[in-house]
Design a protein around this ligand. Structure first.
Ligand SMILES: C[S@@+](CC[C@H](N)C(=O)[O-])C[C@H]1O[C@@H](n2cnc3c(N)ncnc32)[C@H](O)[C@@H]1O
Length: 254
């Protein structure tokens, strides 16, 4: 992805950076990268890995993207050439992983994941997504609004997202992402389906109901268009956002 969407020396942002997969991709492809990650354990793993592999670490900032990206704008940081990120999922922490375990109807999952791993699952903190789906949408809206301002016009943003089955209902989280990012001003350019060969197909709910076995994710590709390529309505949206930004800047300087 990084090689497709950037050139050598370009600057990449990952606002939900985890252990730094995006930054390692930057190292391997001679790009520069900046990551933000709210969980200190993951940040430490990245820096330890760089030490072990004798890599000069790129910038992985420990903190909440909602604050850190605002700071970037305030500091007038150089705009990014590409945004690549695997976003946290709504209720990710609560969903019991079935990998390797099987339970009968009504039984508790055996939770193999947490027994094997000493690390917590990917989430900012264990409480963050126990709330309603709207909280998750708000996080996504807040972070990508800042990302939009930080991305160079004409550049791309790729978002990894999988859909979810939760309490008997299937949620098209990729459709939610498209709706939210389009409201911000991103233009959807396409989707890539990533079939994860490491995920096993399971037979769920047999003789009772049909439940999907999810073995794929989407990589949704967006672009921040150059203003000349936008239609009238989109141009107006960009102008309004710019005006808002100027007004906010002026009032913060007063
Ligand atoms: C799906 S994981 C990303 C995994 C990553 N691609 C990697 O290589 O490890 C999503 C990450 O977003 C982080 N996160 C959630 N909310 C955040 C926030 N408000 N600011 C920064 N990071 C956040 C989580 O802690 C988690 O590590």
């Amino acid at each position: 992805m990084i090689r497709t969407f950037t050139k050598e020396g370009d600057l990449v942002l990952d606002p939900f950076c985890g252990v730094g997969g995006t930054l390692i991709g930057c190292h391997l492809s001679r790009r520069t990268g900046v990551g933000v990650e709210v969980n200190k354990d993951w940040v430490d793993i990245y820096y330890n890995l760089c030490e072990l592999e004798s890599l000069k670490p790129l910038e992985l900032i420990h903190g909440d993207s909602r604050d850190i990206l605002k700071k970037f704008i305030h500091e007038k940081r150089k705009q990014f050439d590409f945004i690549l990120t695997d976003i946290p999922y709504w209720k990710m922490d609560e969903v019991e992983k079935s990998k390797g375990t099987y339970k009968k109807v009504g039984e508790q999952s055996k939770g193999v994941y947490s027994e094997k791993s000493k690390l917590s699952r990917f989430s900012s903190d264990s409480k963050q997504f126990e709330g309603i789906k709207e909280d998750w949408e708000m996080l996504i809206r807040d972070v990508f609004s800042e990302c939009f301002k930080l991305l160079k016009p004409g550049s791309y943003c790729a978002v990894f997202i999988g859909n979810m089955y939760h309490k008997g209902q299937y949620f098209l989280l990729n459709a939610d992402i498209v709706r939210i990012l389009a409201q911000i001003g991103f233009v959807l350019k396409g989707e890539i389906i990533w079939y994860d060969v490491n995920k096993k197909l399971h037979l769920y709910g047999i003789n009772y109901s049909w439940i999907p076995s999810i073995v794929h994710q989407f990589i949704m590709i967006f672009r921040k268009e150059r203003i000349n390529n936008l239609n009238k309505e989109e141009k107006e949206k960009v102008k309004t956002n710019n005006l808002k930004r100027i007004k906010n800047k002026m009032s913060s300087e007063e």
